[in-house]
Design a protein around this ligand. Structure first.
Ligand SMILES: [Zn+2]
Ligand SMILES: [Zn+2]
Length: 671
């Protein structure tokens, strides 16, 4: 028979040849490296990832998958096989364990187990050792298709079908087989066979494909990373299982680089920094509701003071609207229909109310509170609005996923003619704000009309045209055209939008800002302005947020800087350390001078040694430590340590002026 290679060239093979035969026909090195095949059948033209042992058919287009290069399919097969090897190791070490499912995920894999006794992180090492043994045993991995009854006998109770083999007594697998059969029958596709994979003393229910043998997973290329709880099938009424996470890479070097990045991320975890720097906490009494401590509020206020000052300069007014409003308003605004599962409700005077998940309806009531003329437009109303949204308890994550947050919201009301200028203004403003916080790598996405939408074709065309015209004409910091990605059909149902993603120092992208044109809300809440023609017109409404959520942005900042915030944001900008008790009075004088200069300064006069207090100040990530002793007191100086570096003694007045200048200019720490 004849098959086709990816470059289009034909290859003659014996009838019944497999993927590995095709690889061998091309060359022995490829046969050695092959771990799977991407096969596109001539009809119906679907591409499938298959085992190297899978038979080929005349007319197939065959692409040999190897771990060389960055083939995502190859890494996926590798990680999936690693999850089987991990399950095998665990079953060998801990008899009586029930195994559930073990998929790959971004950067790794996991497998869920029900253990007879709980395991801890300390057990991961011995599981890795057993995995290494399985790899060295080089067990062939074979696929089999079993009829339903046979598959159930394999995984069913021991003794039911003769002596118990691998897979016996696995109730989760039995449940999965029964569901597979039910689903297939519901589809009318007949009673399916069940594919299983065997390697030595381990068998698993699996669609595949898998590495052809366990040694293809090289030793030193995998690592078990953590444990977590997870409900069977994500259902809280079902048993809680233990999820064992791991990762695997094609090479030891890639694994090492990944583990290093993980360690960096762990050290920079904002939840850890928040605790260590005494910024915020979470409590059982309000899961997902952050509590900000005194130092956290210093950071909060530094962010918000800057945000407010810049908004005044950009021509915004600030408003504030209630957190709880009548349910009827949310019905009118459309939130009830589209968003009620994420909202909290309450009652006042026996009337139904809702806690706001967004600020827009309240903002519109402010707009409506008086007659608006075309002379009032554009009207830019900003609101640092605290919104509450219900998130499942399982997804809550520090400041990144919370149940209340403060949007740095604004609604701009303008005439259709003003839309372009307003959008341009927001695009520039957004870049300006991000740059001040130290984010200059900004990715922009423009999302256009989705299938389900309201508004006329003409409105959409005009709004989409306006947004793309603005982006096309803008330039980046170096004068280069602003790059953006088009997401056709990804807009909101009420209008097109521009999203901003910032990239942090670890290369992660965070969607923060958004500009959304809204045709629906002005209609629904019936807002108008009086035109020059003395007629009532509908204004265009723009929703926009720059940071998105103050809480989440704070988390991003903490991780981006690893807690070493720019001085203008640092909760404690300078810490005065008098060497001995006799320097306390001068220390207080230094503190007073710093506070007078507008610097957030503290004094550490604890009875600890100077070395200890300097170390603590550094651990607290205070940018400036100012040590004072006899010499400094005499000459009215301070000995400066800037971010761990000794800078020598300078006059107190000069030090204060320098720090104040750095704060005023919002200077960023060197990268
Ligand atoms: Zn599998
Ligand atoms: Zn809004």
């Amino acid at each position: 028979m004849q098959i086709t290679l990816p470059d289009g060239s034909p290859l003659e093979l014996a009838d019944g040849a497999t993927v590995i035969d095709a690889a061998a026909a091309i060359g022995p090195r490829l046969a050695k490296a092959a771990i799977a095949g991407r096969v596109t059948a001539a009809t119906p033209g679907v591409t499938r990832l298959v085992d190297v042992a899978a038979p080929l058919h005349a007319g197939d287009r065959v692409d040999i998958v190897t771990l060389k290069g960055d083939d995502p399919d190859a890494v996926d097969v590798l990680r999936h096989s690693a999850s089987h090897i991990m399950a095998q190791a665990i079953l060998r070490l801990i008899p009586g364990t029930k195994y559930a499912i073990g998929p790959t995920i971004e950067n790794g894999f996991y497998y869920d187990f029900q253990f007879p006794e709980p395991i801890t992180d300390a057990d991961l090492g011995r599981i890795e050792k057993e995995m290494a043994r399985i790899v060295s045993q080089n067990l062939p991995v074979t696929r089999a298709e079993l009829p339903r009854a046979e598959a159930l006998a394999v995984f069913g109770p021991a003794g039911a079908a003769g002596p118990a083999g691998p897979g016996a007594d696995q109730p989760f697998k039995v449940e999965l087989i029964e569901d597979l059969v039910t689903a297939a029958e519901a589809e009318g596709s007949g009673v399916p066979t069940i594919s299983v994979y065997t390697q030595g003393d381990f068998i698993d229910l699996c669609r595949g494909p898998h590495l052809p043998s366990t040694s293809k997973l090289g030793n030193g290329t995998f690592k078990l990373t953590s444990l977590a709880g997870a409900y069977w099938r994500g259902d809280e009424h079902k048993p809680m299982l233990t999820r064992v996470y791991g990762t695997a890479f094609a090479t030891k070097e890639e694994l090492a680089a990944h583990l290093e990045a993980l360690e960096l991320a762990r050290q920079r975890d904002h939840r850890r920094i928040g605790r260590d720097l005494d910024l915020f906490s979470f409590h059982e009494e309000g899961p997902g509701f952050p509590f900000f401590h005194a130092k956290g509020m210093r950071l909060w206020n530094a962010m918000v003071d800057f945000w407010r000052a810049e908004h005044v300069r950009a021509g915004y007014e600030e408003i504030s609207t209630p957190v709880i409003l009548r349910r009827e308003l949310w019905e009118r605004s459309g939130h009830w229909d589209n968003y009620k599962d994420n909202m909290y409700f309450t009652e006042i005077d026996e009337q139904p109310y809702a806690v706001k998940p967004m600020n827009c309806p309240g903002g519109l009531l402010v707009y409506k509170s008086r007659r608006r003329s075309y002379r009032d437009l554009p009207l830019r109303m900003a609101e640092l609005g605290r919104v509450h949204r219900h998130e499942m308890s399982g997804v809550l994550h520090g400041l990144f996923r919370v149940r209340y947050f403060t949007q740095d919201d604004a609604h701009i009301y303008c005439t259709p003619e003003q839309l372009e200028d307003e959008v341009r203004g927001v695009v520039r403003f957004t870049h300006h704000i991000y740059a001040a916080f130290g984010f200059s790598d900004v990715k922009i996405e423009l999302s256009t009309r989705p299938d389900k939408s309201i508004g006329s074709d003409e409105m959409w065309e005009r709004a989409e045209g306006t947004l793309s015209r603005v982006l096309d004409a803008e330039t980046g910091p170096g004068g280069e055209p602003l790059a953006y990605v088009l997401n056709p059909g990804d807009g909101a149902f009420y209008g097109p939008k521009i999203d901003f993603h910032i990239r942090d120092v670890m290369g992660r992208a965070w969607q923060c800002g958004t500009i959304q044109v809204d045709f629906a809300m002005p209609e629904r809440l019936d807002i108008t302005y009086t035109g020059a023609d003395n007629e009532e017109h509908r204004p265009v409404m723009i929703h926009r947020a720059l940071l998105g959520s103050i809480e989440r942005f704070m988390g991003i900042l903490l991780e981006h800087y690893g807690g070493n915030l720019p001085t203008w944001l640092a909760p404690v900008q300078a810490l005065v350390i008098p060497i001995a008790d006799r320097h306390a009075a001068y220390g207080h004088e230094v503190l007073g001078a710093l506070l007078q200069a507008g610097i957030r300064a503290d004094l550490d006069a604890r009875g600890e040694s100077m070395g200890r207090r300097i170390r603590d100040g550094q651990l607290q990530k205070v940018p400036y430590l100012l040590v004072v002793g006899d010499k400094e007191q005499e000459s009215r100086e301070v000995a400066v340590r800037e971010r761990g570096e000794q800078k020598g003694s300078v006059l107190l007045a000069d030090a204060a002026a320098q720090i104040a200048g750095e704060i005023r200019d919002r200077r960023l720490p060197p990268a």
